[in-house]
Design a protein around this ligand. Structure first.
Ligand code: MN
Ligand code: MN
Length: 417
């Protein structure tokens, strides 16, 4: 890991400019690694750094920033790293699911996440729930069915990169299509929500008297003699036919829903492209039904930096899709902590806490930022300082005011190497 301690930066900077050299005079009160004495750079006794106790090197080595934090990290904070990679899989014929809720990831108060796989023809049974469901397709193709509050159905096929959003209470189903079924990640807008605790068709029918079922559906009571007594949840079925045939068979006299429940991220041009990467923002401004979840798909080139920033309106839940990353979160105290992320991992940053993300790999880093909010919102440190009187900023940081005037008043989002 590159650990540019401030002491080393000051030493290097002193060669290049008198202004930095003058700042070096106050290095003793300049923060880590000088005060407080945290980080391996301060551990002068060799045995301060060894780890002779029990350990699992394969697992430990996945977390270089936990093993040897940057010397600018200070104090501690609740864990903001989690993962689908070590989440228990509930497997049935037709697919599987694993989830990370607040029970597993205490800091994740605003949303919970589910990773689900459906085989070709595999069905997630007809169900509904009290929270909204936002989803991203990560592999394959899937058929979704839903009906809106005015009794109008919508049936769509979605592919890798597509999103869907089901408002609270609208009932739906999911089914994997050929040639290789579907894998997707669901986000519920409530940290307590569980995929294993939803309102299911089979459960309700099994727990309603047959005479009531007969009266309700206007069919003979013995029509229900073979109903499953346990919920199906996920089950294997035949691969469904053409989409148009399914839409025709389910058509309602009320017509098809005019709500767009799906969104194609692949067909969307980036909201912003910079020398370091790109960002696609999807929220209620371009995906109107998604009133409780805002998302940003971030791509960072090797060595690139998602700039120092925070979000004034919501916590950020992150899902890492490709590559490897390192994120540092800043809180009052001061507290600063760094963690490493790879594909399938989850991160979390509480509302308004400062953070930045670095691509630590040799390939593009791709991750999703998810917010329980109707709109994406951000405060960028550079933009804030550039849009504040330079003399005032300079007086805070002992910087040359000329440097402040050179900072971007725009928002680069992602900075190149
Ligand atoms: Mn659902
Ligand atoms: Mn962020």
């Amino acid at each position: 890991m590159q650990d540019l301690s401030r002491r080393r930066i000051l030493a290097a900077g002193a060669v290049g400019g008198a202004f930095v050299a003058s700042a070096a005079a106050s290095a003793g009160t300049f923060g880590n690694p000088d005060h407080p004495l945290e980080g391996s750079v301060n551990a002068k006794t060799p045995s301060s750094l060894t780890n002779p106790g029990p350990q699992n090197p394969k697992l430990a080595n996945e977390f270089p920033s936990f093993q040897d934090p940057p010397s600018t990290d200070v104090d501690g904070m609740p864990l903001f790293w989690s993962s689908f990679n070590n989440a228990h899989k509930r497997i049935q014929n037709g697919g599987w699911a694993r989830e990370v809720t607040q029970a597993d990831f205490a800091i994740s108060d605003s949303v919970s996440g589910v990773n689900m796989r459906l085989s070709v023809g595999g069905v997630r049974e007809l169900h509904w729930h009290q929270q909204a469901e936002w989803a991203v397709m990560v592999s394959g193709t899937c058929r979704i069915t839903v009906i809106d509050g005015d009794g109008r159905p919508s049936i769509r096929d979605v592919k890798q990169g597509d999103l869907w959003y089901f408002p609270p209470g609208l009932p739906h189903s999911l089914q994997g299509l050929g040639p290789d079924g579907a894998e997707f990640v669901l986000v519920f807008d409530n940290g307590h929500s569980s995929e294993f605790n939803t309102l299911m068709l089979t459960d309700w029918v099994a727990h309603t008297p047959p005479d009531v079922l007969a009266q309700n559906f206007n069919v003979p009571a013995d029509a229900f003699k073979n109903i499953p007594l346990d919920a199906l949840w996920i089950f294997q079925a035949e691969e469904p036919g053409l989409l148009a045939a399914a839409q025709k068979a389910a058509a309602s006299p009320q017509g098809e829903s005019d709500i767009q429940f799906t969104f194609s991220m692949n067909d969307m041009a980036p909201t912003k492209t910079t020398k370091g990467g790109s960002v696609k923002v999807i929220d209620s401004r371009n995906f109107p039904i998604s009133t409780t979840i805002a998302a940003a798909l971030v791509t960072i080139q090797p060595g690139g930096l998602r700039e120092l920033h925070w979000h004034p309106n919501a916590d950020e839940w992150q899902y890492y899709i490709k590559g490897s990353a390192r994120m540092t979160v800043f809180n009052t105290g001061p507290k600063a902590q760094t963690a490493d992320f790879r594909a399938g991992d989850l991160g979390y940053v509480q509302k308004s806490l400062g953070h930045y993300v670095q691509n630590t790999g040799t390939t593009d880093l791709v991750f999703l930022e998810i917010f329980k909010a109707d709109r994406f919102a951000e405060v960028a440190l550079t933009q804030w300082l550039a849009c504040t009187p330079p003399e005032l900023v300079a007086r805070h940081l002992n910087l040359d005011p000329k440097l402040i005037t050179q900072m971007s008043k725009g928002r680069p989002d992602i900075l190149p190497v």
